[in-house]
Write a protein that binds this ligand. Structure first.
Ligand SMILES: [Zn+2]
Length: 150
């Protein structure tokens, strides 16, 4: 599910990742912030707040991130509201635009030479650019979306 959270962030969907222990805290926060819960835990689906529609939740069927993304794309129509390159993949914080000069000393020289668009996470200070990693993820998502249609 951690990988799924990263993919959702890459698509521009504000996503928090909880790894297990405290379901009640997760449910409270989802209610407070109007979030939907994506879970592999069937127990969550039986909760009263889910049954009465107060809290939206979706049971994720597969353990495989690819299959999980396909399920999400099919049920939530994720392709319709894509805002790629807007959230930090690591901490979910909104990214801010940076000029090439601003990041000059913080990215590898070959990146500086070849990339013109940069974003920075104000929380963890990571710099993002539309490099190979981002392109690879984007291609993967496009492939998943296609598989889904057929
Ligand atoms: Zn960050």
């Amino acid at each position: 599910m951690g990988k799924l959270a990263k993919w959702l962030r890459m698509m521009g969907y504000d996503s928090l990742f909880f790894d297990g222990e405290d379901d009640s805290q997760m449910v409270r926060q989802a209610l407070a912030e109007g979030r939907m819960i994506l879970t592999r835990d069937a127990g969550i689906m039986k909760r009263r707040v889910v049954n009465n529609g107060q809290l939206k939740a979706l049971l994720i069927e597969s353990e495989k991130p690819e299959r999980q993304m396909q399920q999400l794309m099919a049920t939530l129509e994720l392709n319709k509201n894509l805002r790629p390159f807007t959230l930090c993949l690591e901490c979910n914080h909104p990214l801010v635009e940076r000029s090439r000069e601003e990041v000059k000393d913080r990215v590898p020289p070959y990146v500086y030479k070849t990339q013109t668009q940069y974003m920075e996470c104000p929380a963890c200070r990571r710099i993002y650019w539309r490099g190979t990693h981002w392109e690879a993820m984007k291609r993967k998502l496009e492939k998943l979306a296609k598989t889904n249609d057929g």
